[in-house]
Design a protein around this ligand. Structure first.
Ligand code: PMP
Length: 308
């Protein structure tokens, strides 16, 4: 999808090392058996310099994901927070930054069992703008409901940001693109809408904002932020199941996520949503979200970790 803008350094197992040296062995356990957990975090260029948005919540989720997936992060929570800051200080970023910490089983053991596997932690960061392009942020995207469903809670752990879950996401995203759409929307095993391949889903009906409440989606930080922003702007926000036909007839629909930010949805399965462009409420929420991450709203400044 997006090629990587190489940066200077990567933090790996406690050290800042040159980007090109941050490599792993082909017999790394996670590469074969699919157990790794990661985060997607963003840092924005604010008036007071580069600032990471909700670093504490992302780091807490990284530790929670690792716990659920039996991965031990060999550093404390505070050390991981500091590693993010050290990494950004050691690079020379001029634009929006995407940060990817990943905890995985490295080299040294083979076989399905994770017993005795080496616990590695790496944090990379590079410049990455709009996830689906600037045009998508302005106009909205076309979405296809996937033939793939989110895994049942007795099969996988969707609350964890686990690499293994992204096989399901990748297949859904491929299918959507093949069908001429930009992104997939996945249902849960009950047939209600779960989430996008890498985003949470919202609709607007009669001025009210609705987003799913289910047990087959990631516990999302942007979704929580957008709910908080919406309530702050005086909107009613309801968390309840959404069916696909309700999505088709919504007045507005949008995705949220650290990478996707607030992205309007203009079409779902060839049904035009609202006027087929970004709706009024989506537009207000997108503007408010960007104001907050860019440090232009003092009320939400506590979510920013300034780098310098
Ligand atoms: N669901 C999935 C499957 C995701 O990959 C993401 C992106 N991390 C989200 C939802 C949104 O989560 P967040 O807002 O915490 O980035």
């Amino acid at each position: 999808m997006a090629s990587i803008n190489e940066a200077k350094n990567i933090w790996m197992n406690g050290k800042l090392i040159p980007w090109k040296d941050a490599t792993i062995h082909v017999l790394s356990h996670s590469l074969h058996y699919g157990n790794a957990v990661f985060e997607g975090v963003r840092a924005y260029q604010t008036k007071k310099g580069l600032a990471i948005f909700r670093l504490q919540e992302h780091t807490k989720r990284l530790f929670d994901s690792a716990k659920a997936c039996l991965i031990k992060i060999p550093y404390s929570y505070d050390e991981v927070l500091k590693a993010h800051v050290d990494l950004l200080k050691s690079n020379d970023f001029k634009n929006t930054v995407y940060i990817r910490p990943i905890a995985f089983f490295g080299y040294g053991t083979m076989g399905v069992s994770n017993e005795g596997a080496h616990n590695d932690l790496a944090i990379a960061a590079w410049e990455w703008g709009a996830y689906m392009g600037e045009e998508a942020l302005k106009k909205g995207i076309k979405v296809k409901i996937s033939s793939w469903m989110r895994s049942a809670p007795f099969s996988m752990m969707n609350r964890a940001k686990s690499s293994a879950n992204y096989f399901n996401s990748q297949m859904a995203n491929f299918e959507a693109k093949q069908a001429g759409c930009d992104e997939a929307l996945l249902l849960d095993p009950q047939g209600y809408i779960a989430e996008g391949s890498g985003e949470c889903f919202f609709i607007v009906r009669d001025g009210k904002i609705i987003t799913p409440l289910n047990n087959t989606s990631l516990e999302s930080i942007t979704q929580a932020t957008v709910i908080e922003i919406a309530r702050d702007l005086g909107y009613e926000v309801i968390r309840r199941p959404i069916t696909r036909d309700e999505a088709y007839i919504a007045d507005e629909a949008f995705f949220t996520g650290t990478a996707a930010e607030v992205t309007a949805i203009s079409e779902i399965d060839s049904r035009i949503i609202g006027k087929g462009c970004m709706g009024e409420i989506t537009s207000k929420l997108q503007k408010a979200y960007f104001d907050i991450v860019m440090g232009n709203n003092a009320k939400f400044e506590h979510y920013l970790t300034y780098i310098k």
